[in-house]
Design a protein around this ligand. Structure first.
Ligand SMILES: *Cc1c(COP(=O)(O)O)cnc(C)c1O
Length: 219
């Protein structure tokens, strides 16, 4: 199926109100433009330089989401335009985003990335670490960022029960936090292989790449 057909398919398939982030990392601007012509306006990238280059070249009504691991010295390049950062995994990083957002006279929306997978390779905060972001001091001192939810990646496995259990753990923490912090509205879980399980567990935002744009070639 073409990129256009895939975008249309997901628009019909996904529940109303659920956000589709089209993950376009490694793909050329011509591919992203096909999705754009089909109406897609939210794109996810995992490298700041690549995202910035695409932002410069493409229409300005696109919302750019950062979904990759972030080096603090590169935050400045995306601060003028990024619309949501999914991968905040330290207070130091949040502080840097806050500083660069202030320079640009913006408030940048962020999600905290929580490590729910068993794999060592996945980045993210532990569920205990997350509470440090919600102390009154932190919330007051970082006035150019807004934490609006949590993000997680399940273990890469065929074991659906494990994936469901990892998503459930995150959803339970999200619900518990939301009781005291009602501005937490976004739960970013679900990719090409597990988005249906994520939606069943309460996802509000799925990040889908290969089943829209085709397999990635890293060469
Ligand atoms: C690449 C990536 C995705 C999309 O993965 P697919 O399996 O191609 O849908 C989603 N989230 C993150 C954080 C990614 O790095």
């Amino acid at each position: 199926m073409s990129i256009v057909e895939n975008i249309k398919k997901y628009r019909e398939l996904l529940p109303q109100g659920l956000t589709l982030v089209a993950v376009s990392k490694t793909k050329p601007v011509s591919d992203l433009m096909e999705a754009y012509e089909a109406g897609q306006r939210i794109f996810g990238e995992n490298k700041i330089q690549e995202m910035t280059a695409k932002w410069e070249e493409m229409p300005k009504d696109i919302e750019w989401h950062m979904i990759g691991h972030i080096q603090r010295n590169k935050v400045k390049y995306m601060a003028p335009f990024v619309s949501l950062i999914h991968t905040v995994d330290s207070l130091k990083l949040l502080k840097e985003i806050n500083k660069e957002a202030a320079k640009n006279d913006r408030t940048i929306n962020c999600l905290l990335q929580v490590k729910i997978a068993k794999e060592e390779s996945k980045f993210g905060l532990s569920l205990e670490d997350v509470t440090a972001f919600f102390t009154p001091e932190t919330l007051k001192s970082f006035d150019h960022v807004k934490i609006i939810g949590l993000m997680g990646m399940a273990t890469f496995t065929d074991d659906e029960a494990q994936i469901i259990s990892e998503f459930k753990t995150l959803k339970n923490s999200f619900d518990a936090l939301q009781k005291n912090h009602p501005y937490l509205t976004q739960l970013s879980i679900g990719m090409s292989g597990d988005y249906q399980l994520a939606i069943d567990q309460g996802s509000t935002m799925v990040r889908i790449g290969s089943s829209i744009f085709g397999a990635r070639n890293y060469n």
